[in-house]
Design a protein around this ligand. Structure first.
Ligand SMILES: Cc1cc2nc3c(=O)[nH]c(=O)nc-3n(C[C@H](O)[C@H](O)[C@H](O)COP(=O)(O)OP(=O)(O)OC[C@H]3O[C@@H](n4cnc5c(N)ncnc54)[C@H](O)[C@@H]3O)c2cc1C
Length: 381
């Protein structure tokens, strides 16, 4: 089948860019699994915060906020985000890190409020008073990831795009100005091939004979357990350690928690390790009075970074028509509107979007040819 764009990977990156590209031409979105969103996109913690990641991530996040709060008509049935506070806590020995985080948070948003220990415990009643010494609060947001991902896919289909599942791309060839992707479910050709394969993006590059960008997938673990009996945490904020050693948040009557681990892993259907689960429980029990009896649900996902922890968006400098959309790390959902805008503008060689200019994002910061990636294949750990 011949189209204008073949996109590999139907996670949030592939779905969002496919929706945007389908405004400009025929899009085919290829997904190896039997359903889209099975890998990292379906495994996130779903929070939106101005105070996360490096400056480029913060700018991309700021540029994405408007889309989530005002999605296009028909994009979703319910609001894409709901208000949920984010409480950053620190022990006495984390004072230096706390004040540096507070300064960064205040630079990202005017909405940061410093709290007393009493205020913090009132917001999250099981926090231990002998643990927390510093705390600040951001009126953050939770994202409805299923709706956001589904909205992008629906937009693409309504604009004539096609999602093909069970389509594991096994070979890639470029000839006469056209890329050909061969899958067990057919062969697909287009002059522009978008590599949005998440943790597998470097493997896709190798299949295509393109130099990898040095992507480093890192495992992150999540557990769900019952909240404390008799304490209503329905409106309680998410709590995050200032050094990101753990976080936890109320989730549909339970508690979702993570040790915020970053363990290098090959791209795979990653599963949680018992040791990481034990570490999660230990850290949460140190910081709170919550007794964690049974872990009711657990999973892990891969957050993939390049060495400067900034996403890679743009045409490969050495291979015509090969377009990178990779390295979304731990921010791929909350930055997806801005990332899709950037990718679509570059892939169609349109002018750089106003929203990105306003928020200080430029194409060079994301370019696959940027200095930080010149030393390709060197893994970041
Ligand atoms: C525990 C955890 C918590 C997180 N919390 C947040 C958060 O709170 N907020 C936030 O914004 N982000 C968060 N993230 C990060 C976010 O989930 C990711 O940045 C994002 O999902 C990456 O999307 P993706 O589309 O690049 O990758 P994926 O969702 O992994 O999609 C890539 C797709 O490519 C497909 N693919 C690969 N190879 C091939 C092939 N050869 N042929 C066909 N298809 C192929 C895969 O099957 C996969 O479906 C979190 C991640 C984790 C793991």
């Amino acid at each position: 089948m011949i189209s204008d764009f073949v996109v590999i990977g139907a996670g949030i990156a592939g779905a969002s860019v496919a929706a945007r590209l389908s405004e400009s031409g025929q899009v085919v979105l290829l997904e190896r699994e039997e359903r889209p969103g099975y890998h990292t996109t379906g495994r996130s913690a779903a929070f939106f915060t101005a105070n996360y990641g490096n400056q480029v991530i913060r700018d991309l996040t700021a540029a994405s906020r408007h889309f989530f709060l005002n999605p296009p008509e028909g994009f979703a049935k319910h609001p894409l985000m709901s208000p949920r506070g984010i409480l950053t806590i620190a022990r006495a020995d984390q004072q230096k890190e706390y004040y540096s985080n507070l300064a960064e948070a205040r630079a990202a948003t005017e909405e940061i409020i410093e709290l007393t220990v009493d205020d913090a415990v009132q917001l999250f009643p099981t926090l231990r008073r002998d643990y927390v010494v510093f705390a600040h609060y951001e009126p953050g947001l939770y994202m409805d990831v299923d709706q956001i991902h589904g909205g992008y896919l629906q937009q693409m289909v309504l604009r004539g795009g096609k999602l093909i599942c069970d389509a594991d791309v096994r070979s890639l060839n470029f000839s006469d100005g056209v890329w050909k992707a061969v899958t067990p479910n057919g062969a697909y050709t287009a002059p522009i091939l978008v590599n949005a394969a998440g943790a597998w993006a470097d493997e896709i590059a190798s299949l295509a004979g393109v130099k990898p960008v040095g992507l480093n997938p890192m495992r992150r673990t999540v557990i769900i357990f019952s909240g404390p009996v008799g304490v209503n945490l329905d409106d309680a904020p998410m709590v995050i350690d200032v050094d990101e050693q753990f976080y936890f948040k109320p989730e549909a009557g339970k508690i979702l928690a993570s040790p915020a681990d970053e363990t290098p892993s090959p791209p795979c259907d990653v599963q949680p390790e018992e040791l990481d689960i034990a570490v999660t429980i230990e850290r949460i029990q140190l910081a709170t009075n919550m007794e964690i009896g049974q872990v009711e649900h657990k999973w892990a996902g891969l957050r993939s970074f390049v060495s400067d922890r900034t996403p890679v968006v743009g045409f490969d400098p050495d291979h015509e028509g090969f377009f990178w959309l990779a390295g979304q790390g731990g921010y791929g959902i909350m930055t997806s509107p801005a990332m899709a805008d950037a990718a679509a503008a570059l892939a169609t060689r349109r002018t750089w979007p106003e929203d990105l200019i306003r928020n200080g994002v430029n194409a060079d910061q994301l370019a696959p040819s940027r200095a930080a990636l010149l030393n390709r294949n060197k893994k970041n750990v």
